[in-house]
Design a protein around this ligand. Structure first.
Ligand SMILES: CC(C)(COP(=O)(O)OP(=O)(O)OC[C@H]1O[C@@H](n2cnc3c(N)ncnc32)[C@H](O)[C@@H]1OP(=O)(O)O)[C@@H](O)C(=O)NCCC(=O)NCCS
Length: 181
């Protein structure tokens, strides 16, 4: 259930890259302070071009940005897809990364709005109405909040550990079957 003071809205790519971009990146910087200016310069423009790009915001009655979530259709040639596909191996990749799968890329809630259902509401709204057979994501193995949220919403760990590179802590990969409701 969406908390009564929060409104979820879907943005198109032009809004994400235009009027809303500064506020989204300010929240992202607050939640993940290690994100560099170089990464901010390219990540949203690159992701917003992808097929099936879907971006949601959660705003308070006063219009403050409380959180956001986004994803797109994953596929070969994308860095994350190719890393995860190789790590899963052919059988699991076929099961979890079929054509049209949805990559659940980001879910972020401003610290003072957490534990009120905002993350769950964004999560549910992002997946609602998708025609993808599966959704997949990665999160840090130490991220108990995110893992708790996803596990409570039907996701399962499909790869217990993945090393994305020297600059990254250990992650795990989760998947959710979207064909079974
Ligand atoms: C993960 C995150 C999005 C959760 O947002 P939220 O608005 O607090 O989530 P909700 O209030 O909807 O919580 C839903 C469930 O998630 C789990 N959860 C949330 N925060 C938790 C925490 N700190 N510890 C353990 N479980 C937690 C609980 O199961 C919770 O249900 P409950 O409150 O009934 O116990 C938020 O903590 C966040 O923005 N973290 C930083 C960014 C991040 O790590 N994003 C995920 C990247 S993959």
């Amino acid at each position: 259930m969406v908390p009564s003071s929060i409104e979820i809205a879907e943005l198109d790519a032009a809004s994400v890259l235009g009027p809303e971009r500064r506020e989204i990146e300010d929240l992202w910087r607050l939640v993940f302070p290690g994100t560099t200016d170089e990464r901010f310069a390219e990540i949203l423009p690159r992701h917003a071009r992808r097929e099936g790009f879907r971006f949601l915001t959660a705003r308070t009655e006063e219009s403050a940005l409380a959180g956001f979530a986004y994803g797109y259709l994953g596929g070969p040639g994308q860095w994350w897809h190719d890393q995860v596909s190789a790590a899963l191996g052919p059988d699991l990749a076929k099961r979890w990364l079929p054509p049209g799968h949805f990559e659940f890329v980001e879910l972020q809630v401003r610290p003072e709005f957490r534990r009120r259902g905002t993350g769950s509401s964004l999560h549910d709204a992002l997946l609602t109405g998708l025609t993808s057979p599966t959704a997949v994501l990665s999160t840090e193995r130490s991220n108990t909040a995110a893992i708790g949220l996803y596990a409570s919403r039907g996701w399962q760990v499909i790869l217990d550990e993945i090393a994305f590179g020297e600059d990254y802590p250990p992650f795990l990969v989760m998947g959710r079957d979207l064909t079974s409701g």
